[in-house]
Structure formats: structure tokens, C-alpha cells
Design a binder for this molecule. Structure first.
Ligand SMILES: [Zn+2]
Length: 212
């Protein structure tokens, strides 16, 4: 049974890799970032507060992600016999919540990328109201800061500003690295070089599952 966790900083490609692996293994993936954005989209007072915290690059109160993930994991386990979780746990308190819940990951994949690379990847992202996505270096629009599809001016999502990105990098070092150390000590983690191409990272991850 595969119960996989993918950990890495923003911009490490963990969402992309989770989706690729999900397709290969035939089990669903949950992105904590997406679960939280879906929660924000529900609207209401709580959503407004949640959005504000996320736009500042801060971590949201633990009980929100804890509750979101445990009901999702239970669903995935009952209906698909396995899962991939991405972007959770992000701190020791979340890690301990998960440990005490009794459901343990079978494998933890750590995507390593430098802080400089995170800054370049995340702050280069642009979005358009029409849904088109760009990156100023890797996938730039034809005309500076305007959408190829609809001609609108491109925007920077609130949590992709340099300030919010730097705040998230600091949080990652302070809160998430200790979680990674715990998984390393348990002997279930594998380090992958996340600065390689999407395809190469995917191949490195697949090698872990050839043997099992
Ligand atoms: Zn557009």
C-alpha cells in the first residue's frame, strides 16, 4: 500500500510531481495549498481571515489543515487504498498530530532546491484573470506582462510576491526542516534533487517504486 508524502519548499515542483506520480500509481493526491485555497473560495468570515494569513506567507492555525487532511486521508484510503499528500505536515505540531492519529506514511519524498532557486521560480509566476499562467523566465508572454490569450495585464498572485515568498522560505527553514529531520530519523525519507527538469525529477521518484 502506498501512503506517500512529498515535502519541499514553494516552487520545488511538489504539486507537479505529486500529480505525475498519482497518475503512475493510480492513487489520488491532496495538495494542502489547494485544499486551503478551496476553503478560502467557500467564502465567509473564516475564509477572509485565512486568505489574509496565506497572502502574508504565514502558516495557518494547525487545526484547519489537520482537519482537512484527516478527513481526506480517510476518504482516499477507503476508496482508493492509498494516497499522496503534498504540502503537509509543515511543522512539528502537524507532524505529531499525524503520528498520534495512527496513520503513517510509507514513504516521504523530499524535494531539495536552494532558496535562490525558490525566489526565482516563485516570484517569476504571473497569472491572468482568464486562467492563463506564465513564468517571466520559463514561460514568458509574447508581450511584456500582458496575456497572450486575452490581452489583459498579468497579475502576481498575493502569495507569490517577493515579501511573501521570503517569509515562506524562512518558515520552511524554521518549521518544516525539523519535520524532515524526524522523517529522516525514522528512515522512511528519500532526498531528490528538485533543481533538475520536471521529467528527470519524475524519473528519480519512479526509481523508488521499481523496487517495491
Ligand atoms: Zn488572459
Amino acid at each position: 500500500m502506498h501512503k506517500i508524502c512529498i515535502i519541499g519548499p514553494s516552487g520545488s515542483g511538489k504539486g507537479t510531481q505529486a500529480d505525475l506520480l498519482s497518475e503512475k500509481l493510480g492513487i489520488p493526491t491532496a495538495s494542502m495549498g489547494q485544499l486551503l485555497r478551496d476553503k478560502v473560495a467557500e467564502g465567509g468570515e473564516e475564509s477572509y481571515e485565512l486568505n489574509k494569513i496565506m497572502e502574508q506567507g504565514q502558516q495557518v492555525p494547525n487545526d484547519i489543515p489537520n482537519n482537512l487532511i484527516s478527513s481526506w486521508m480517510e476518504y482516499a484510503l477507503n476508496n482508493h487504498g492509498g494516497y499522496i499528500v503534498e504540502g503537509y505536515p509543515r511543522n512539528i505540531s502537524q507532524y505529531e498530530y499525524l503520528e498520534s492519529s495512527g496513520d503513517q506514511f510509507t514513504r516521504v519524498i523530499i524535494l531539495n532546491i536552494s532558496d535562490e532557486e525558490v525566489m526565482e521560480r516563485v516570484t517569476g509566476r504571473r497569472v491572468c484573470l482568464c486562467g492563463a499562467k506564465y513564468h517571466m523566465k520559463y514561460n514568458p508572454p509574447k508581450h511584456n506582462e500582458t496575456c497572450d490569450e486575452c490581452g489583459s495585464k498579468l497579475m502576481i498572485r498575493g502569495d507569490n510576491t517577493p515579501e511573501a515568498t521570503r517569509a515562506r522560505i524562512n518558515l520552511y527553514h524554521e518549521k518544516t526542516i525539523p519535520v524532515i529531520d524526524r522523517y529522516r530519523a525514522k528512515g522512511i525519507s528519500v532526498d531528490i534533487n528538485g533543481e533538475q527538469s520536471i521529467q528527470k525529477v519524475h524519473e528519480d521518484i519512479l526509481k523508488l517504486f521499481d523496487k517495491s
